[in-house]
Every structure is written in structure tokens, then in C-alpha cells.
Unconditional design. Sequence first.
Length: 57
Amino acid sequence: MKEDKFFKIGLAMAEILSGKKEAATDLKLLLEEYPEMIDKVKDVAYSIQEIADKKEK
């Protein structure tokens, strides 16, 4: 249930990040691997931004 909530947040953030929906998939993988990293929505947004920035390079 918690994972679904973060995935939905990830989709919303991906839309904000110019439709980079792959960032939401990366976020789901990140959450599965390191669930302790993502405690707040702010952390989720930061993680998605980092992923999006890395994919642009």
C-alpha cells in the first residue's frame, strides 16, 4: 500500500518534470531497494529530480 502511494507521487512528479515518466519507474525501484531513504514527499521529489538530471546527461 505504501509503495502504491509513492508510485502515484512519482507519477505526479514525473509529469511536473516534463513528462519524464521513467523517473517514476526509477523511483519505484529506488523505494524497493532503499525504503528508508524515502520518508517525506520532499525526499521523493528530490530523488526524482536527481534521477531526471542523471538521465539528461
